[in-house]
Ligand binder design. Structure first.
Ligand SMILES: Cc1cc2nc3c(=O)[nH]c(=O)nc-3n(C[C@H](O)[C@H](O)[C@H](O)COP(=O)(O)OP(=O)(O)OC[C@H]3O[C@@H](n4cnc5c(N)ncnc54)[C@H](O)[C@@H]3O)c2cc1C
Length: 373
């Protein structure tokens, strides 16, 4: 059986548990210290089959449901928020748009390699001065004799230095706002594409975050993903699904912080610590319910955008609060070099930012709940 072939959902949860315990947890401290993904963890991620969870079976993937994917990401994130984030980006916002909008040629070329993990995917939307308001992209493209040229810089691109495939967004004309934006699926050997800064982050270290430089990069006509001018909805659709993944990653970090806190309190109980554990447990369970609800809605085919935003908002905030409380409970030992409680707090703090900040989730939800009804 190939890694991604015909496993029941529970099997993928077991695969994630085993991979997290055997291959990820032992390297979590090293990844945090070195800010590098060890080659054996990258290879293990591929051979686990988890990188094919969102790919249809006809292209060698597992075609798993969202609940299974969310559970797998949560489990991985209890061992490492960085590895879980790499996988979430690969599955939801890199593979996802190619599954949903790729031509037959693009699907045949990219998906089998993304599913087996031979290739790693990235998603390049944000720019040095454009993040939340993605309709204002400044990276420009224009038609050329053999396809397109692209000029501009992309910022905060997860995995882009190691990625083999990048789903890239650029505008034909910034004056057209969202309607000017097109999506492209490009490979790392694209002429004119290079890596700029590699950012030294507070948390999820080991998940690289880099700048991409496009100096009149030469894209073939076949790189266009979806219709020209149709890139903005492709990005928004990918991010809506991706938010369930990032919420699951935040939930995993929250669970790791909770487990560490409870173990510490069991060793040295006190009433205030019991109360902290009780509060954290309630927040953890509330976040878990929202993540699972959003995944269930998506699997049922119902609109899930609001549930995904709510899950991302609540789970990422819960992760920060629970990890913060974990440091309180650990006391001074929680803040010294290499402390797990400190790493979990630094990891947690990234999730309210990635794939739409807390304020942007509030904006999305507020607009839908008030203005669109
Ligand atoms: C670790 C990490 C990995 C990332 N990976 C990727 C990736 O793979 N691909 C990618 O394209 N991007 C990625 N990003 C970028 C991320 O999506 C952006 O950082 C995020 O969307 C916010 O954009 P910004 O940084 O430009 O902040 P800004 O948009 O400038 O926002 C700054 C602050 O202002 C607030 N704000 C902005 N607009 C409003 C408003 N209208 N109302 C209220 N508050 C507002 C924000 O909530 C935020 O607190 C990553 C970021 C991080 C930190």
């Amino acid at each position: 059986m190939s890694p991604t072939e015909s496993r029941p959902a529970n099997d993928w949860v077991s695969v994630a548990e085993q991979f997290a315990a055997d291959m990820v947890a032992p390297h979590a401290e090293e990844m945090d210290r070195t800010d590098r993904l060890p080659a054996k963890v990258r290879a293990g991620l591929a051979s686990s089959g988890l990188m094919g969870l969102t790919t249809p079976k006809q292209f060698g993937g597992a075609d798993a449901d969202t609940r299974t994917i969310a559970r797998a990401l949560e489990i991985l994130a209890t061992a490492s928020g960085a590895v879980a984030t790499i996988l979430s980006v690969h599955l939801a916002v890199a593979t996802g748009p190619i599954v949903d909008h790729g031509s037959q040629e693009q699907r045949q070329r990219f998906l089998p390699n993304l599913a087996t993990g031979k290739w790693l995917g990235a998603f390049a939307l944000s720019e040095p001065s454009v993040g939340s308001d993605a309709a204002r992209l400044t990276t420009r493209y224009w038609p050329s004799e053999d396809g397109f040229r692209v000029r501009g810089n992309k910022m905060f691109t997860t995995s882009a230095e190691s990625a083999d495939v990048i789903v890239l967004f650029a505008t034909r004309d910034p004056a057209q706002g969202p309607h000017g934006i097109s999506a492209f699926a490009i490979t790392k050997d694209t002429p004119g594409l290079s890596i700029g800064q590699r950012l030294d982050k507070l948390g999820i270290r080991g998940s690289e975050t880099v700048e991409l430089v496009l100096q009149d990069a030469r894209l073939p006509q076949s790189a266009l993903l979806g219709p020209e001018g149709g890139g903005f909805p492709i990005a928004m659709q990918a991010l809506a699904g991706g938010r369930i993944g990032i919420a699951a990653c935040a939930l995993g970090v929250a669970r790791a912080a909770f487990n560490a806190m409870r173990a510490a309190v069991q060793q040295e109980p006190a009433d205030w610590k019991r109360a902290t554990v009780a509060r954290s447990y309630s927040e953890l369970e509330a976040a878990a319910a929202l993540v699972h609800h959003a995944a269930e809605l998506r699997d049922s085919g119902a609109p899930f955008g609001n549930a995904a935003s709510a899950a991302k908002l609540v789970a990422s905030q819960a992760a920060v609060r629970i990890a913060y409380a974990g440091v309180d409970v650990a006391g001074p030992a929680g803040v010294v070099g290499g402390a797990v409680a400190a790493r979990l707090l630094r990891d947690a703090r990234v999730f309210p930012i990635v794939e739409g900040t807390t304020e942007i989730q509030e904006l999305i939800l507020g607009r839908d709940l008030i203005d669109h009804r």
